[in-house]
Ligand binder design. Structure first.
Ligand code: C2E
Ligand code: MG
Ligand code: MG
Length: 478
């Protein structure tokens, strides 16, 4: 019995020793495995780094640059902004390599890389595509100035000499610029175009920067800037309204005024609508801007009416984008109510270009406006479609003959026939007629003879600020 017990204990001891050994073996295997996993991860990281980065400058290489560019373009498409590519080539890099050797050439590239990284935003990418060729992705661009500023900062880096091997070297760059989406929507196209721009910088004597399509880019970027500054101008109330008298043809009495928008630009001075109205229309900014004009002009007219200029008609221009605005009718009736103006003192001017829209839709909107008691005038008549059937279809009360016809009037000649025909036709349709752009007495007399109801033009007055218009009204009263 004792022997059996001893044998069992022995077996147990042997088994424990074996188990312990196995456990140690297992621990050793696990340790080795962890080490090799870490090694693998490190190796993978290293491989990734070598594949995506330039070991000399630590900057992203071509492969990584493409990844960054594609991500930036996708984001820009979603968020609706621009991306600029600035490609830079050192003009006299070869001289450094030839005279000082590759060691100093490399040193120069490292210095350039460090300085480039220093001038860009943290989100931007500076990459080295090879040799002395660097490229910057400026990822979130909204204005032309941002790109020009970066290009100028870039040139600034090279104003000072580089210290290499105890000697000073003046290195200059040639920089090409391409901007998404104007110069290409795909990375490959942009890269091709930024190269072209860089070579044209070289051709133009080096040490400069060139846009791929300077005229187009500047124009478009200025446009983008214009849109942004229009938004700001609206917030900061930089707009003012000028008023131009509308005069009864036979009596020369001021019977109405047209509200004409002006932008008191902090740097550029007083700007006419020709400068900004198209951009405001295309961006939809004309909708809040138009509301602002209508409300402020109505408030002003109310003030004049309270001062005794009772039957002054106010004309306000309405753009096609405003006609498409779902809230137009509500807005107009709210403004009439708020300003407490009599609706039939208000005339809204629409241009022939609204014919592009669905005619039934336009008619229904104009009818709604008329139901509010507001008059409708067809502005710039003759410049667009000039369709007579159109005249009949639209619910309007007044036609304004465009200034181009009035300036072409050649009293006693064929040119007059058009003006005469429009006046007669409009009268036959029970519409009143206003002639725009009357500049001479001869034109006025002709229009009087033809029975044109009212006239507007420099002959009487240019569009003028509130105070000056009030003086004219006072003079008339006296
Ligand atoms: P419009 O409504 O046809 O206004 C008449 C334009 O002719 C005004 O130009 C006026 O200054 C100009 N004008 C008047 N008489 C004469 C003249 O005898 N000779 C010459 N050479 N020009 C004359 P302005 O103020 O530059 O406005 C241009 C256009 O901008 C307006 O043409 C109108 O379509 C648009 N606009 C102006 N203000 C507004 C606004 O508040 N909203 C909208 N949607 N458009 C506006
Ligand atoms: Mg007008
Ligand atoms: Mg007009």
């Amino acid at each position: 019995m004792q022997i059996i017990l001893v044998v069992m204990i022995l077996v147990l001891v042997i088994m424990s020793i074996m188990l312990y050994k196995n456990f140690q073996k297992y621990r050793e295997m696990e340790r080795r495995h962890t080490n090799s996993r870490q090694d693998l991860e490190l190796a993978q990281e290293r491989i990734y780094y070598l594949a995506h980065y330039d070991t000399l400058t630590d900057l992203p290489n071509k492969l990584r640059f493409y990844e960054e560019l594609n991500t930036a373009l996708a984001k820009a498409k979603m968020e609706n902004h621009l991306v600029a590519l600035l490609s830079l080539d050192l003009d006299n890099f070869k001289n450094v390599n030839d005279s000082l050797g590759h060691f100093y050439g490399d040193l120069l590239l490292m210095q350039v890389a460090r300085k480039l990284r220093h001038i860009v935003n943290p989100i931007d990418t500076v990459a080295r595509l090879g040799g002395d060729e660097f490229i910057i992705i400026q990822k979130e661009v909204f204005t032309a100035q941002e790109v020009i500023d970066l290009a100028e900062n870039l040139m600034e880096i090279f104003r000072n000499t580089f210290l290499l091997g105890g000697s000073e070297f003046l290195i200059t760059p040639s920089v090409g610029i391409a901007v998404f989406p104007f110069d290409g929507e795909e990375g490959a196209v942009l890269l091709k175009n930024v190269d072209t721009a860089m070579y044209s910088a070289k051709k133009l004597g080096k040490n400069n920067f060139q846009f791929f399509d300077r005229i187009m880019i500047i124009e478009i970027l200025e446009r983008v800037e214009l849109e942004n500054s229009l938004r700001k101008a609206l917030e900061q109330e930089e707009f003012v309204i000028y008023y131009q008298p509308i005069v009864e043809t036979n009596t020369a009495k001021i019977i109405g005024i047209e509200a004409l928008l002006r932008w008191q630009h902090p740097q550029k001075g007083l700007l006419n609508p020709g400068y900004f109205i198209k951009a405001a229309e295309e961006t939809g900014l004309i909708v809040p801007l138009g509301k602002w004009v209508l409300e402020n002009a109505c408030l002003q007219v109310k003030k004049w009416q309270l001062k005794g200029f009772n039957d002054l008609m106010l004309s306000v221009n309405l753009s096609p984008a405003q006609l498409r605005d779902d809230d137009l009718i509500k807005t107009v009736s709210r403004i009439i109510e708020k300003c407490n103006v009599i609706p039939n003192c208000l005339k809204l001017e629409v241009t022939e270009s609204i014919a592009i829209e669905n005619i039934e839709f336009v008619c229904s909107i104009l009818e709604e406006l008329e139901k509010l008691g507001v008059g409708i005038s067809l502005d710039d008549f003759g410049t667009g479609y000039s369709s007579l059937s159109y005249l009949r279809k639209l619910p309007i009360n007044n036609v304004k003959i465009d200034r181009s016809f009035i300036s072409k009037l050649n009293i006693g000649y064929e040119e007059d026939e058009i003006a005469i025909a429009v006046i007669n036709l409009a009268h036959a349709m029970d519409l009143t007629v206003t002639a725009e752009g009357v500049e001479t007495e001869e034109q006025l007399v002709f229009l009087q003879e033809q029975g044109c109801d009212s006239v507007q033009g420099y002959y009487f007055s240019k569009p003028i600020p509130v105070g000056e218009l009030e003086e004219l009204l006072e003079q008339q009263k006296a």
